[in-house]
Ligand binder design. Structure first.
Ligand code: ADP
Length: 633
């Protein structure tokens, strides 16, 4: 599973981008297909609904117009039978003569005028016209043999003749209604009324209605469009064509077929037909119609109403486009909504992730702060403990130093006693002598003795002062700055330097040492003062103050170019009261006490005797920091 995930993760970007691109393309194509599909569905639904609506309104129209045609015809149906009541007509048929013919001609003429028909005429049983309303006209039917006409043949058999035809005499189209005239139960002749139906065509044209009436032979006899007139609505075979041609029913018309470009049956009496509008057969100007046909009562005819479909189609197309646009808009809104939802979801997720990260961070900070506080408290406690320890140590160290110093004084006690006893003995002797010289009046000698006593007391005072200073309990710990100590020491010996000027070379680096500042100054004062004393009798006086850090120690050298120390004296340098200085100048305590102070601070003081001459004293002390860390080690 892990491997499968890993392999999925390492798909190169180029390969992963391709399916996305293909997916987008497919989605776009699908969307387009759906938009077109929706548009087409909208078109079809609209067209279907439109056709349904058109069919319903067409049916009403058809019914209305059919009634109009029927009433136009039926208002004449009684007319031929009316002639049976006219005695002149039957008389003429039974015994024809000129007088009766004229009377009937006049009668028919008047009747024709009043009824508005085309012509009314009477035939004998042979089919010959014996009287007619148009007897005055040159092309009158009078005497014509019309026995070949179907309406005659029907009427002579006692049936009512109904016939549409084009007149053989003048070629005028008309509708013939015939009736067999009876006398004493026998047919003695036939009465015919020819009527025109052009008024119907004109009415349709005025109403911009496309309609036609086809007769029993399928020939259009009435049409709002004159071009369709006398066209066959169904195919005619050669035999029928010949029969019709022979009957001269349609005069000499060619009876071409009105063949639609397309025809779709929609229901009983309803179909969708396409006729060429322009040149025959041209698809460019094809017009679609909804054709509704209904038989006309009392005739073998059919009325067909043509309702153009192009408006409906146009409307359906606009509905389809509207549906496609609505679908596209809806899809667009859905996509936009989905994208927005995704963006909001991503933002929410990012905010949540940020919040989680923030919470984690805060928790971590709180944990870390708590840790830090705890370790800070621990550190504080440790520092407190260390300070305590350090104080304890310092106290102990002070105690030790003090004990060391007292031990040194203890060691020196014999020498001290000796050093003090000598002047004391001298004082006793001198004071005794002085009393005697005073009693004798030798004031000069007594004065000299008193001066000597004074000097001896001074010396004794100096010795005790030095020892007291050394033995004094003080804070022997702490830190000392080398620079400051050198500066302070030079200031103290300044009066002597004024008397004995010398060249001082400062060649030391500053550092902080683990020794009391005053103690370091005391040591330096002793060393510098000794060097000054040693160089007192020479002209060229050089003093080098050199110092450098050496690991965790500091080496401070005080070197002079004085006479140096005799080898015999070198081993006694650090002994108490050893001095080579004449008279009362030296106490011989300086080096002893300085070495003792250095060793109390964990250091040492040693003398060197450079081959080029002079003397150097090296003070070796620990650096301040190293002493602080000592308790840890
Ligand atoms: P004091 O100075 O009182 O004599 P010190 O203990 O300071 O006592 O010195 C002891 C002796 O060491 C001095 O008397 C002197 O002989 C010798 N000495 C100390 N420093 C020097 C020096 N820089 N050059 C020569 N001799 C010195």
């Amino acid at each position: 599973m892990q491997c499968a995930l890993a392999s999925l993760r390492v798909v190169p970007p180029a390969l992963s981008a391709k399916p996305r691109y293909v997916r987008h393309l497919l989605l776009t194509l699908l969307m387009l297909a759906l938009v077109f599909g929706c548009g087409y569905a909208g078109y079809r639904i609209s067209e279907k609904a439109g056709i349904r609506g058109l069919t319903e309104s067409g049916e009403r129209q058809l019914e209305l117009n059919a009634r109009a045609v029927e009433s136009e015809i039926t208002k004449y149906t009684y007319l031929p039978s009316l002639l049976e009541l006219e005695s002149n007509v039957s008389r003429l048929l039974l015994t024809p003569d000129g007088y009766r013919r004229q009377r009937v001609n006049d009668y028919l003429e008047g009747l024709n005028r009043r009824s508005g028909s085309l012509a009314i005429y009477v035939m004998d049983t042979d089919g010959r016209v014996v009287a007619t309303s148009n007897w005055r006209q040159s092309d009158s039917y009078l005497g014509e043999d019309l026995s070949f006409r179907a309406y005659f043949q029907d009427a002579i058999l006692g049936e009512s003749g109904r016939f549409y035809g084009i007149g053989s005499t003048v070629g005028e189209a008309g509708y013939y209604l015939s009736h067999g005239l009876k006398a004493n139960g026998r047919i003695i002749g036939v009465a015919v009324v020819k009527i025109r139906l052009d008024a119907l065509e004109q009415r349709w044209q005025r109403a911009r209605l496309e309609a036609y009436v086809s007769d029993e032979n399928g020939i259009i006899i009435l049409s709002s469009n004159p071009e369709r007139r006398l066209k066959a609505v169904r195919p005619l075979n050669a035999e029928i064509k010949e029969r019709l041609a022979r009957s001269l029913q349609y005069h000499w018309s060619s009876l071409d077929e009105l063949i639609p470009l397309a025809r779709t049956e929609l229901g009983a009496g309803t179909e969708q037909v396409t006729f060429a509008a322009g040149a025959p057969g041209s698809q460019d100007h094809a017009i679609n119609y909804l054709a509704q046909t209904r038989p006309l009562e009392d005739t073998p005819w059919h009325l067909t109403l043509l309702s153009p479909l192009q408006d409906l189609r146009r409307e359906a197309i606009s509905h389809g486009m509207l549906a496609a646009a609505a679908f596209a808009l809806l899809t667009f809104l859905l996509i936009a909504w989905n994208e927005r939802r995704k963006v909001i979801a991503t933002r929410l997720a990012a905010r949540e992730a940020l919040q989680t990260a923030n919470n984690q961070l805060e928790r971590r900070i709180a944990d870390r702060t708590a840790d830090l506080r705890a370790s800070n408290d621990r550190l504080k406690a440790e520092i407190h403990e260390r300070r305590q320890t350090e104080n304890d140590l310092r106290k102990t160290q002070d105690e030790l130093v003090q004990a060391g110093k007292l031990a040194v004084i203890g060691q020196m006690s014999t020498s001290i006693a000796h050093e003090l006893n000598q002047p004391l003995a001298a004082l006793r002797t001198l004071s005794g002598n002085t009393i005697r010289f005073l009693s004798r009046g030798s004031y000069d000698v007594a004065t000299t003795n008193l001066q000597t006593i004074n000097e001896l007391v001074d010396r004794m005072g100096r010795i005790t002062a030095s020892l007291r200073a050394f033995a004094r309990r003080s804070n022997d710990g702490g830190e000392a700055s080398v620079g400051k100590a050198v500066e302070a020491a030079l200031q103290v010996v300044q009066p002597r330097l004024e008397r004995t000027p010398l060249n001082i070379h400062h060649q030391f680096e500053d550092a902080r040492l683990a020794i009391n500042q005053t103690r370091l100054e005391q040591i330096l004062i002793n060393l510098i003062a000794n060097a000054v004393d040693a160089m007192g009798f020479q002209a060229d006086r050089q003093l080098w103050l050199q110092g450098n850090v050496d690991g965790d120690r500091y080496r401070l050298r005080v070197r002079d170019n004085g006479p140096g120390i005799l080898p015999a004296d070198r081993e006694h340098l650090f002994e108490p009261f050893f001095t080579t200085k004449p008279g009362e100048q030296g106490l011989g305590l300086g080096l002893t006490l300085s070495a003792s102070l250095a060793s109390a601070a964990g250091g040492s003081l040693s003398a060197e005797h450079p081959p080029q001459g002079g003397t150097a004293f090296e003070l070796n002390l620990p650096l301040a920091a190293t002493v602080m860390e000592t308790p840890d080690e």
